[in-house]
Design a protein around this ligand. Structure first.
Ligand SMILES: NC(=O)c1ccc[n+]([C@@H]2O[C@H](COP(=O)([O-])OP(=O)(O)OC[C@H]3O[C@@H](n4cnc5c(N)ncnc54)[C@H](OP(=O)(O)O)[C@@H]3O)[C@@H](O)[C@H]2O)c1
Length: 398
């Protein structure tokens, strides 16, 4: 079997590490072309020694020096060339020898390299939802024009993808009999916390997700439910749906990863343990199936599945996400940027949890929004929204 070369952007994160676990089971099929890290050079060095990539990408000379030192003693260091900076991320994402790119950088920082992979016609395994939320039509247009394939790794979108007929993209949801898409949401750690106690919650409490072990940014997004808001926008672009066709359903156990409702009354869902190796293995091998290393789901042991409708008073960011998707243009990029600033401030104890939605709403209200035709326009909207969010936060604090 011819081995596929794969670039892993964000290799040191939760998705990156899970991806390497799956790849480790299938070394006959996949070879690691490039790995990237931002701060965690120690983990990147371990990964380089284990997978001998052609390239390792780090943000600056300091990290490169440190990585060189860590790899220095090993013979395998010879096989890995160290590259620096955001351009290098685009280089390894678009390299002609690479077939598959795992886009697993967190946040807006992943957009240029994911778009570079799309423009180079790669098979993209998309975990970095913020990239698609920000760039929307620009990304989808690049995917179609350049012959790329976008396969969702987010467990919800992967479940929807698995529950749709393969020809849904060409024919559209209506023609394949789809009535609605239903995104499931665990509700996060504060599903039952009294609303007046949300003022005092700490970053560690917000990051203690009941079902998933994830990076800190997405964990806070799950606690506010902005993660579901971003996923709503992601679903609209991936499945060519309008926001009114997408519902959100609370399902605290995270066993049903999402559903598709058909016009005949059928609901088709994908079920599995909450383990990201499952959607990663699915996206890697599609349309084949691979052993993922995840445990099989024992439904008798689960015994009971629960559902409830979404409480918009508890999770006001959902309303903001629907609004941004309906507004279109740069609005989703503004929503995303304001959220990234708010979450970073909350994680650094500079903003109370309850103020995250308020800050995002103020930024959306006060931003000038426009249509999107270029990456530069998206990045300018992102930058402006970040500036405004920081300004509003400083004004609140003074
Ligand atoms: N974790 C999950 O279960 C899950 C599920 C669905 C979707 N996702 C999505 O997948 C993406 C990654 O999530 P995660 O949980 O894996 O996050 P994470 O654990 O925080 O990892 C993020 C990765 O991105 C790198 N990174 C951070 N800032 C960067 C920057 N400015 N430039 C370049 N690289 C940067 C990090 O490097 P260092 O660690 O070296 O600093 C790390 O490799 C997010 O978009 C998230 O929404 C995650």
């Amino acid at each position: 079997m011819k081995q596929q070369w794969i670039t892993l952007l964000g290799a040191t994160g939760s998705i990156g590490c899970n991806t390497l676990e799956v790849l480790d089971l299938h070394r006959d099929r996949y070879r690691v072309f490039a790995l990237s890290a931002h701060r965690n050079v120690n983990r990147l060095a371990e990964q380089c020694l284990r997978f001998s990539p052609r390239f390792a990408v780090v943000p600056g000379e300091r990290e490169a020096e440190c990585l060189r030192g860590l790899l220095g003693q090993s013979e395998r260091a010879e096989t890995t060339e160290i590259l620096i900076g955001p351009e290098a991320l685009c280089h390894v994402a678009a390299h002609p020898e690479v077939q598959t790119v795992m886009a697993a950088i967190v946040g807006a920082a992943g957009l240029p390299s994911t778009l570079a992979a799309a423009r180079a016609g790669k098979r993209i395994l998309l975990a970095n939802k913020e990239a698609l939320v920000m760039s929307g039509g620009l990304m989808m247009d690049a995917v179609h024009r350049c012959g790329a394939t976008l396969l969702p790794v987010d467990s919800e979108h992967n479940a929807i993808f698995q529950s749709l007929p393969h020809h849904h993209r060409e024919q559209g949801l209506a023609r394949v009999g789809v009535n609605r898409i239903i995104l499931t949401a665990s509700g996060g750690p504060f599903l039952k916390t009294p609303l007046d106690q949300l003022l005092q919650v700490t970053p560690d409490e917000a990051c203690r997700h009941p079902n998933w072990v994830m990076g800190r940014k997405i964990s806070v997004d799950s606690a506010t439910m902005m993660n579901k808001g971003l996923e709503l926008i992601e679903a609209c672009w991936l499945f060519n749906a309008n926001p009114d066709q997408v519902d959100i359903l609370i399902h605290p156990e995270s066993i049903i990863h999402s559903l598709v409702a058909y016009v005949d009354g059928s609901l088709i869902a994908q079920l599995g343990c909450p383990d990201m190796r499952i959607p990663i293995a699915h996206a890697l091998a599609f349309p084949e199936r691979l052993v993922s290393g995840a445990p099989a789901l024992d439904l008798a042991r689960v015994a009971q599945l629960n559902f409830q409708s979404l409480d918009l008073e508890r999770f006001p960011v959902i309303r903001l996400a629907y609004g941004a998707m309906r507004a279109g243009g740069t609005a989703p990029a503004v929503l995303n940027a304001a959220n990234e600033v708010a979450v970073a401030a909350f994680l650094e104890h500079r903003l109370p949890f309850r103020d995250i939605p308020r800050l995002i709403e103020s930024v959306l209200e006060q931003s000038a929004q426009s249509a999107v035709h270029t990456l530069e326009q998206v990045m300018a909207a992102d930058e402006e929204a970040r500036r405004l969010a920081l300004h509003l936060m400083r004004r609140e604090l003074s």
